[in-house]
Design a protein. Sequence first.
Length: 372
Amino acid sequence: MNKKEVLEIRKQFTPENCTITRICGCYVDHEKEKKMEMKKAFLSMPEEEAFKYFDIFKHTLSGTIGKNLMTMEFPLDQELEGGAQELLLRLRDTKLTDDLLLEEFYDKVIENYEFAENYYIILIHAAYDVPGKSSDNMEMFDASDTVYEHIMCSICPVKLTKAGLTYNAEKNNIEDRIRDWFVEMPATGFLFPAFQDRASDVHHVLYYSKKPEDLQPDFIANVLGNITPLTAKDQKTTFQSLVSDTLGEDCDYDTVRNIHDNLNELMEEAKESPDPLELSRPDVKHLLERSGVPEGKMEHFDKNFEEAVGEKNTLLASNIASVKTFQIETPDIVVKVNPERSDLVETREIDGRRCLVIAIDDHLEVNGIEVR
């Protein structure tokens, strides 16, 4: 799912647009025991309570595409009878009214979700009547031709509020505050099926993680039946290793700078697209060749890429490049350069020593003091 598609579903979590039909919940303690279960029609909920849930659901569809939000494809074996996709489809198709299915889902989550404290599993069913669009891309709410029926899960940590003092208005007194258990914003969640091309896509699921580096691999593998994708940090590290391994001893400053500049140019060209820029194996190969990597150095690139990333997997440009920083480091010095002016820095040999040379065209400041 791209940013535009995520926002379209996120907009439904308001009183005016609400498409949620049913909500179910299970409160789990730190010993993995179910302490409370809840199920009701969402529209029967008090308004103030519903608003709190809307905030939780919006957070489940928040963050950066490719970092906090990842669209994952079900492996073929998970789409067969008994696969993870089947349970999710049955939950959706029964509209969360089958108690045995709900218990099966809760048990799977509890078994595979790694969290040492209390948490609250929230599951909703919704049916979004997708508006049609005219030739000028305007929505026509009376011309809907499809219903996007889906479920969404949010897993929220539940923590004890901090001890402290509070003002008691009835007694007009400052006193010890009563500590209670507070439901925080979700740490993990998913939307199934994915919403792509303004319709249901049962072959994909959108996964949310508040912490991009904490992807809950057991949950992804056993509840969603997917292979844990590379995190944003792992994608960056993998790309850096691919460049280093490909260039070897010929990994010089000019080539690395060219790769940085060409990557940023690709991102600039794609910035108006709602879809994140994905780089497949041929894309990365072309990027390196365009940046000056000799043909002889590309001999083992295909094999290395497939081993590190996967034959059909891609790297997100936003995860492996930075449009905000261009940083050069030595053991004792760190130089940060405007990414658009990386040409101001070059390497030279001066008096037999390899040096970093920085062109100074305007003024120069040291610790905020302008020097001549």
